[in-house]
Design a protein around this ligand. Structure first.
Ligand code: F6R
Length: 243
């Protein structure tokens, strides 16, 4: 595990975007693992800018997102498909047929959907670079504390803390999904490179547990200690509780 501490969130995004651009420029068929949430938004802004300045061509890129809410229309404003379209896919030249999210809608079997998603990743040749954020409770993807370290893509119930953390995105009277399909911890660890970005003081405790704590299902991100090429990019606030 390599830990890089930078001054602020913009520098974190800049650093991460260099990794992504380099991968896309070097590989014939790059496969990206993508995340939603607040943290990667500035990374996506930088990637869009690089694309507009002709520095990066996404025409040959395939992507797999970490997670998607259970039983949500792709067009729903809260779906992660909509998030990805608004923040990245509609602003670059990626072929949207090559962008995948682990969906499970009415009438579909979560187990079968999970297996099909894993098969797609395998068929694409595996994920070259997985972008991650971290939850204040140490989750990665929606692998909440107590998730099995050997888990693969499946349906998970979101914890109270995650629901509270994400409630800022929903109106008080709006339905907030309580379950999501997510890549498992083992799925994430299969990626060739992992780049986890964390910014802000509210992530400092989880960041410390991930890096210095025991490998434990209590902090799912601690599983990254097992990965040979995991790079953790932090701003000073997120690094402030490193012991
Ligand atoms: C998002 C995801 C989550 C987030 C995490 C941090 O696809 O899988 O694990 O990365 O909840 O979210 P933010 O960046 O909003 O603090």
């Amino acid at each position: 595990m390599q830990v890089i501490i930078l001054e602020n969130a913009q520098q974190v995004a800049q650093h991460a975007s260099r990794w992504v651009v380099e991968l896309i420029s070097q590989k014939t068929n790059p496969v990206l693992g993508l995340a939603t949430g607040s943290t990667p938004i500035s990374l996506y802004q930088k990637l869009v800018k690089s694309h507009q300045e002709d520095q990066v061509d996404f025409g040959h890129v395939t992507s797999f997102n970490l997670d998607e809410y259970h039983n949500i229309d792709a067009e729903n404003e809260h779906s992660y498909r909509t998030f990805m379209k608004n923040n990245l896919f509609d602003k670059i030249n990626i072929d949207q047929k090559n962008t995948h999210l682990p969906t499970c809608n009415k009438g579909e079997n979560p187990r079968e959907q999970g297996i099909a998603f894993e098969d797609k990743i395998r068929l694409a040749g595996g994920i070259d670079l997985q972008i991650l954020g971290i939850g204040a409770n140490g989750h990665i993807g929606f692998n909440e504390p107590t998730s099995s370290l050997s888990s693969r893509t499946r349906l998970k119930t979101l914890t109270k803390q995650t629901l509270e953390d994400n409630s800022r995105l929903f109106q008080p009277d709006e339905y907030q999904p309580t379950m999501a399909m997510t890549m498992g911890i083992s799925t994430i660890l299969d990626a060739q490179y992992i780049l986890l970005m964390a910014t802000g003081k509210n992530k400092a405790k989880a960041v410390n547990e991930m890096i210095t704590g025991p490998l434990s299902a209590k902090c799912p991100a601690s599983a990254l200690q097992l990965h040979e090429h995991a790079v953790i990019i932090l701003d000073k606030a997120a690094a402030s509780e490193l012991s």
